[in-house]
Design a protein around this ligand. Sequence first.
Ligand code: SF4
Length: 236
Amino acid sequence: MSSSRKKFLLSPYTLNIFLDCPRCFWFHVIKGKEFRRPEPPTSSLPVGMDNIIKSYFDQYRKINSLPPEVSSTLKGKLIEQSLIKDWRFWKTGLKFTDTDGQTLCGALDECLISEGLYIPVDYKTRGFDLKEDSHSYYIFQMSCYNFLIKKNNYPVSDYAYLIFYISQAIKGEGLVKFKIEVKKINTLKPDKVYETFRKALETLELKEPPPASKDCQFCLWAQRIIESHKKQLRLF
Ligand code: SF4
């Protein structure tokens, strides 16, 4: 690829859109905000919870320990505060720029060291119990973190942890009880992540967006709306 080509900054989130649908990914990156796939209304609660959990883990980091409710399921110790502070923010976080100047970056919630290896950890807040495959949606995201940690010259393993906080009941004085479940997931090989990164970049080279999936309900809906407008215009 020539060095005069446009440089992109991708993330595990945007690569997940690519895996979901290359066409939506093309619009998301090339056309920007106004052409992005509509998202359902989001709540600030998960972001607030993430921040509370981060501070909670930071308290245990100070005493070189793990919160008791996860200490038997998480193996390792929390990485130092200065490092996780940087890794939690995408601007100071983990970045990899390949020889073509294309960049992948990511922001981690938490990271452990176990037997000298760095193990990424992500918190997930849920309103319902886990299904058997609830964790599978996050495999690529966690694989990206392992890839990025490795590319920043820290030794990694082939797994990561997800910590699910599942709301259960409300107690007096506004206290909400959460069930906590830790899932250890096997991550993809770094080559696989890089391959996806390159394929995504190839899609961004296209002058026109790639075709839509035949059975995506969003696209079928948009097509119906366009056809209906065309019909109405013909009536006038
Ligand atoms: S098929 Fe259309 S709406 Fe569906 S994901 Fe792809 S581009 Fe987006």
